[in-house]
Design a protein around this ligand. Structure first.
Ligand SMILES: *Cc1c(COP(=O)(O)O)cnc(C)c1O
Length: 468
C-alpha cells in the first residue's frame, strides 16, 4: 500500500474499507473493459471498419480513446443506478416513484444534525436511563389529532397490518364492499386482512352500503368494524355509506372498536385547496373512531411512516404486540417526523412544509414563477434551438390521494430543434442533477409547482447547458 493510499484508508475507515473500495473500483473497471472488448469483437466480426490512423499507432490511439469514452459512460450509468437527488418538474406533488413528500428544511436539519449520529432515541437525559422511542412524536400526534395516544411504525401498510393483527386476529372484521382498496405497490385490503389472521366479512354493495348491513353482519366472532378510505378512486353517482359517527355508535353499542384506515389523512382541513374528500384525522377521532391509521409521507408532508392514533387501551395493545418490534420506525424517520409535526404545532405548516405550499399555490402564482423563469432562460441562451412557451395545464396530488383533484397550473413547454421531445426529456434526466419532466403533445412540460424556489437556479443551469 502506498503512503497516500494508507492515509486515505485511515480517513475512510481503515484498511478493510480501502480494500473493498479498491476491489469495487477494479470490478467496475473490469466489467466495463470486458463489455467493451466484447462489443469491439462483435463489431469486427460484423465487418464494421476499425477506425484507422495513418499508422498502427493512430489506430491504437483511436481505439483507446473510444474505450476510455465508453468506460466513462459505463461509470456514469453505474452511478445513475444509485439513489440520486432529482428535480421533480412533473407537477405531481406526492410522486411515489420520486419519494413522495420532500422534507421541510427543519426536518432535513433534524435528520442530519440530531439523528444521524448517536441520539436520545431510547434514552432519557433526565434519569440517565432508558427512555421510550418516539415519545415526543407520540405526544405531538396526540395533541394535533385530539387522540389519547399514538404510535409510529414504518408506513401506513404496517399500521394497518399491526392494528388488524393486534385487535382482530382469529376473529372477524366487518367492511363495506365499496372499500376493498388496492393501493399501488400491492397493498390490498383483503390480502392484509388475511395476512393478519382476520376473517373479512364484506357487507353492502360496491356503490351503496347501509348501517343495517353492518348491523346484520355482527356476530359473536366480530372483533372490529373497519372503515377504509378509498384513497385512489371515487365511487360517484348512486352511492351511500353511513357516516363515521354512525358507524362508531354502532360499534360501541356492540362493544367493538372502530378502526379507520384513513390512508393519506390530513392533519388539517385542505378543502380550501380543493381536497374536500380527504379525512381530517382530528375529525375522525372526534366522531368516535377508536383507532385511525394514516401515512407520514402523503398529505402530512413528512417522512415515510405509519401513524396510529386513538384510544389508549387499543394503542397499548398495539405497542405490546410482537409485530410492533418488527414494524417500528427508525431514528431518521422519527427525527424528520418530529420536526414536521412541530411546524404544524406552531401553525407554520403552510409556510414550512413543502407539500403544503405546493398544494396551496394558485395557478396565478405558478404562472408568475414560470414566466419569470422562462425569461431568465431566454436571457441566458440564444433561443434558436430551445424554444419555450407558457401554457395552462393541470398538476396532480399523487401518492394515491385525491384522484379527482387536478389543480390548475402553468407549464413551461419546451421544444428543441435537434432533439425530439423524448430525447430532450432524456437529456434532462441525464443532467448532473436529473430533472424529471412530463413529455406530452410533442413537448417537454415543466411544472414549477413541484420545483422548490431554491432549485430554480440549478434548473436554469441544466437548460442553458443543453446542446445547440
Ligand atoms: C396509501 C395507503 C396505504 C398505504 O400507506 P403507505 O404509507 O404507503 O404504506 C394504506 N391504506 C390506505 C387507505 C392508503 O391510502
Amino acid at each position: 500500500m502506498t503512503r497516500g493510499r494508507q492515509k486515505r484508508a485511515r480517513r475512510e475507515g481503515g484498511p478493510a474499507a480501502a480494500k473493498i473500495a479498491a476491489a469495487r473500483r477494479r470490478e467496475l473497471k473490469l466489467n466495463a473493459m470486458t463489455d467493451e472488448t466484447r462489443s469491439k469483437h462483435e463489431s469486427i466480426q460484423a465487418g464494421v471498419p476499425v477506425p484507422a490512423g495513418r499508422d498502427g499507432d493512430g489506430a491504437r490511439a483511436a481505439l483507446l480513446a473510444e474505450a476510455e469514452r465508453r468506460l466513462e459512460l459505463a461509470a456514469g450509468r453505474d452511478a445513475a443506478r444509485g439513489l440520486r437527488r432529482v428535480v421533480n418538474a412533473t407537477g405531481v406533488v406526492l410522486h411515489t416513484n420520486l419519494g413522495r413528500a420532500p422534507l421541510s428544511e427543519a426536518a432535513r436539519v433534524a435528520v442530519a444534525r440530531e439523528a444521524a449520529g448517536y441520539c436520545t432515541l431510547e434514552y432519557d437525559l433526565e434519569t440517565g436511563g432508558r427512555g421510550r422511542r418516539g415519545a415526543r412524536v407520540e405526544e405531538l400526534l396526540a395533541e394535533l389529532t385530539g387522540a389519547e395516544s399514538a404510535l409510529v411504525v414504518n408506513n401506513c401498510a404496517a399500521a394497518a397490518l399491526l392494528t388488524l393483527s393486534a385487535l382482530a386476529s382469529g376473529g372477524e372484521a366487518v367492511v363495506s364492499r365499496g372499500e376493498l382498496v388496492e393501493i399501488g405497490g400491492d397493498f390490498r385490503v383483503p390480502d392484509v386482512m388475511s395476512q393478519s389472521g382476520v376473517a373479512m366479512v364484506e357487507v353492502g354493495t360496491t356503490n351503496r352500503t347501509k348501517l343495517s348491513d353492518y348491523e346484520r353482519a355482527i356476530t359473536g366472532e366480530t372483533r372490529m368494524i373497519l372503515r377504509v378510505h378509498p384513497s385512489n378512486y371515487r365511487i360517484v353517482g348512486f352511492t351511500a355509506a353511513p357516516g363515521l359517527g354512525e358507524l362508531a355508535d354502532l360499534a360501541h353499542d356492540r362493544g367493538l372498536p372502530l378502526f379507520e384506515d384513513a390512508g393519506s389523512g390530513a392533519l388539517c382541513d385542505l378543502s380550501p385547496y380543493g381536497l374536500t374528500d380527504e379525512p381530517v384525522i382530528s375529525e375522525s377521532i372526534a366522531r368516535g373512531a377508536d383507532v385511525v391509521a394514516f401515512s407520514g409521507d402523503k398529505l402530512l408532508g413528512g417522512p415515510q411512516a405509519g401513524l396510529v392514533v386513538g384510544r389508549r387501551e387499543f394503542v397499548e395493545v398495539l405497542r405490546r404486540h410482537p409485530l410492533y418490534r418488527a414494524l417500528r420506525a427508525d431514528k431518521l424517520a422519527l427525527a424528520a417526523l418530529e420536526a414536521t409535526l412541530e411546524a404544524y404545532r406552531r401553525g407554520a405548516a403552510l409556510a414550512e412544509v413543502p407539500t403544503r405550499r405546493m398544494l396551496a399555490a394558485t395557478s396565478g402564482e405558478v404562472e408568475a414563477r414560470a414566466r419569470a423563469f422562462l425569461s431568465r432562460v431566454e436571457g441566458c441562451r440564444a433561443p434558436q434551438s430551445l424554444r419555450g412557451q407558457i401554457i395552462t395545464g393541470e398538476s396532480a396530488v399523487g401518492g394515491g390521494s385525491a384522484p379527482d383533484v387536478h389543480p390548475r397550473t402553468a407549464l413551461v413547454a419546451l421544444t428543441h430543434e435537434s432533439l425530439s421531445p423524448g430525447e430532450l426529456g432524456k437529456a434532462l434526466r441525464f443532467s448532473a442533477t436529473p430533472v424529471i419532466a412530463r413529455v406530452a403533445d410533442g413537448r417537454v412540460l415543466l411544472d414549477l409547482r413541484t420545483v422548490a424556489e431554491n432549485e430554480e437556479a440549478e434548473l436554469l443551469r441544466v437548460l442553458t447547458s443543453l446542446p445547440g
